[in-house]
Design a protein around this ligand. Sequence first.
Ligand code: SF4
Length: 340
Amino acid sequence: MPEPARLTSRPRVLSGMRPTGKLHLGNYMGALANWVKLQDSGQYECYFFIADLHALTTDYADTSQIAPHAMEVALDFLAGGLDPEKCTIFVQSQVKQHFELPLYLGMITPLGWLERVPSYKEQQENIANKDLTNFGFLGYPVLMASDILLYQADFVPVGQDQQAHVEITREIARRFNQFYTLNGTEVLPEPRVLLTTSPKLPGTDGRKMSKSYGNTIELTDPEPVVRQKLKTMVTDPARIRRTDPGDPDKCPVGDLHKVFSTPETMGQVYEGCRTAGIGCIQCKGWAADALVQILEPIQARRASLTEARVVEILKDGNRRAAIRAEVTMEQVRAAMKLAT
Ligand code: SF4
């Protein structure tokens, strides 16, 4: 397959997050920590963005929280370890090419492709308090495909459950390339999935940690709050009395230990829980110790940042992202034989 023009020789990686407010440990372990690893590896040219246009697809009726939430996410991106010297961090709506490419790709995307995206029907049924019969929500996969294709990204780091999203991006790129080429060269490369492993991270009620369940531990939670949340966390239901043995493999606190605790602590948890040698309060205290250790450097970095500095970083990121996006758009417009 012919290679489109590139700015650098490193493979490009792109990923984004919706501005839903302060990030929690589930966001961190499921995405941000992996992004930091990719950035630090030096193998990739990384672009990470705040997907505020995506927030509009569902939150169009009340947009008042989108900008403040975007600022919180930016603070957490930087606190979590993204380094503007090593990657480009930007806000989707501030890079105007994100408005242009979806229009072109929307013209070539069959409606049936959009209607069959699993999350389309699922979310329409599950989000009862919002009317999602809007054009923007149906077209969300086109917006997402544009985000990726705008940077001619080689890889998109996603978990197993999000592979379908990358697949539709590949289909849209293929369709574009069938219609249009630039001097016989394909303009939009099909991105590949960079599968990331995200550990099972339960919230305080034992379900998956998620803002919509109200069971999160936030990256900004101070130590007493973390300890209090852990205290109320559900445990192995078989351990009703202190003298009942339990099983860390059936306990959400055990799952937290598996992700954050040292092998020594894990050993003590298995031994103590299965023999009723330790109580759940003690075990939760150890889990809280491990969480506090993870959160401490993140919170220290956040405390060293000012909003003015974040705005400066984002402005520079927006500028750099726009330069890269325009390289693609020039090729796209030329391939489509649009006036330049
Ligand atoms: S001792 Fe720990 S792992 Fe065992 S049930 Fe209690 S909290 Fe869960």
